[in-house]
Design a protein around this ligand. Sequence first.
Ligand SMILES: C[S@@+](CC[C@H](N)C(=O)[O-])C[C@H]1O[C@@H](n2cnc3c(N)ncnc32)[C@H](O)[C@@H]1O
Length: 430
Amino acid sequence: MVEVYLITSIAKIMRLKVKTNDLDYQGQGVTRIDDKVTFIKGMFDDEVGIIEITKSKKNFQQAKLVELIQKNKQRVSENSFDYAPFFGLSLKAECLWQQKITKETIKKITNLDVEVEDTITDGKKLNYRNKITLHVKHIGGSLKIGTYEENSNYLEPIETHHLALPVINDKITVLNKWLKTFKLETNDIKNFTLRTNGKDVMLIIGIKLKFEGTESIIDELKKHFESIYLNIEKRSFENLSDESIHVYGLETLKMTFNHLSFEIGPESFFQVNKDVAILMYDEIKKLTQNHTVIDAYAGMASIGQYIDAKKVYAIESNLDSIIQAKKILKVNQVDHVELIHGQVEEKLEAYIKHADAIVFDPPRSGLTESIIELVKLNQIKTIVYVSCDLKSLARDINGLKDLYDIKKIIPVRMFPSTIHMETITLLSLK
Ligand SMILES: C[S@@+](CC[C@H](N)C(=O)[O-])C[C@H]1O[C@@H](n2cnc3c(N)ncnc32)[C@H](O)[C@@H]1O
């Protein structure tokens, strides 16, 4: 029985003492209060704490931790950040949680009981991201950079981003200092994206409009960055649109990736955690050895170039990635990869007959029904499905399960200390 009692009730603030018994897929402690499931931000499972209810709905409640009284044995710190809720949890517990939610999500959506393998990890907790976007807002009379709290427009100013590589943090210090010195009036800077190859740093300044003073800002920042782009907003409020204008220094950053190298532009897709991406690609390499492979959603065909396949057909819709990939194939002396520019939905049919394996690495939305039908129609033998979203992965497995068995499913701790992860699933034709 969960111990719950009212500590205070002033106006609408309710403080309760509770014990959690589960850790949900958002990394929040879970308990029941008056038969309502309650999710508590800041708590893990098996903890006692004083909480405050922040939202109450018919079937569930949302709460936040006010004071931790008894901690989970796997808690290694009481600190946490909105963008890194698992900062306080041990490596072991984080990996087990990834296995647990993988198993549960697959079971819930497909009704299949799967054995989930050990999580792939390099053991790092912090300072791994080679790309970070920081938002910009006027606070207390000056521009501040920081991250937005989830589902809010409150900007938390930061001096350091704990997930970013140290070289990026050096530049965050530079940006903070610069914003303090040059009291900018503009409301037109939306964000700063910083990308690095570990040495050089590219700054992408996201702006709404080119405003008076843009040139002098660039002149000032030139002293501190190896490469600068302006990214002018089109219609959406997405981080990067197609409108990136090179204004200073290197046009691309050279990124080494084991025996390969890549040129990263402001919009090229590249794995944000390079060391773990190499571990993930090593696993994909084992699963596709000597096959004729379609690398679907290929980016710069980085998987296709990395694996030991007889032949790879790499399909990618982003032209910039295809252009970069074309240049880099020569540099990497890779001749087994054929690049195909276009949507997987349109191009797969023409190439599927030549292949005996497909590597799918789609965006969060996963595959379309037409792609699943095409795969089933062609009875492709091996599918390696790399996913960054468990729900769409499970939905797609559900569509394939009458013809395919899950042979392996491995969580990949690509984004340590956060609730985000990747998985590699090996599916074989029955
Ligand atoms: C998760 S990334 C994977 C990139 C690559 N496999 C890697 O490991 O670097 C997904 C890629 O799919 C591309 N993409 C998104 N929708 C697509 C579609 N319908 N057809 C082809 N490519 C698509 C994106 O441009 C992006 O490069």
